[in-house]
Write a new protein. Sequence first.
Length: 316
Amino acid sequence: MNRRPRVAVAVATYRRPEMLAALLQSLAEQDTTEPFEVIVVDNDPDASALPMVRRRADTLPFRVLALHEPEPGISAARNRALDAALEHDFIAFIDDDEVADPLWLSTLLAVQRNRAVSGVSGPVRYHYGTPPPSWALLGGFYMEPGFRDGDVIPMAGTNNLLLDLHALRERGLRFEPTFGLIGGSDIVLTRALTDSGAVLVWADDAVVQEDVPPERCTARWAVRRAVRTGNSYGLMHLHRVSQHARTRRVAVRGMLLVTGTARILVGAARLAVHPRISVDAVGAGAFRTLLRGVGVLGAAVGFRVAEYARTRAADA
């Protein structure tokens, strides 16, 4: 008789105790017959979330493992969760500022079982604390992935992701520490996974909800995020060739210089024709293209946008 797979839900947290409590409650309300455990990794040097987690642990219908990872950066916290899940078969990642719909985990597991894939990702439904700038919404600055149910996808974020731990272990994959304060280590890992032949799929019904706080609904935050996503794109490409010959690395850096410059020029040209970005989706999208180009160009010349720098609590 086959044993039931061991499933862990992993949450990296940093100074969001109220949001974390709401997430734990949503996990307690999961409509699933599959048993699971929850691994909470507190990345705050002061371990501020652990007392609350340990107090609540006895009231929850699953085992909670509360860990402290003082090394700063999201990669360190995610890798600590992987280490704690050595006896598990699957790990489902979710962010500490989200709540899971009741069928979230059961849907991820059912899709994985039915498709026999190495990972399953699903949508994040955003609810805004205050309305973001109209141009940010028009231009796709808060855009969700445009995948359809069942699509094979090239990469995924850990804000809603189930992974087969055996697939990771067979390939020796972990979250890259150099992306710990930059962001994008989840994209680097899942891209390496699919590059190796593993399959990730999209599940429309595996939904999590996220309340976007007011500080992330500002023009400054939207601009910085657009630059950061372009920067991460460039850094990911550089990382993928970091072990190759110098000529290959130089070629990729040159490609990024061209790509970043082209995006800036194309974005600027479209903006000149469609300058009313608050009411014109073409102009707003062009502004985003320009900003992402700045990020790509920055990566090509060695600049990194530190998304998780600890001096900026709102981005941690």
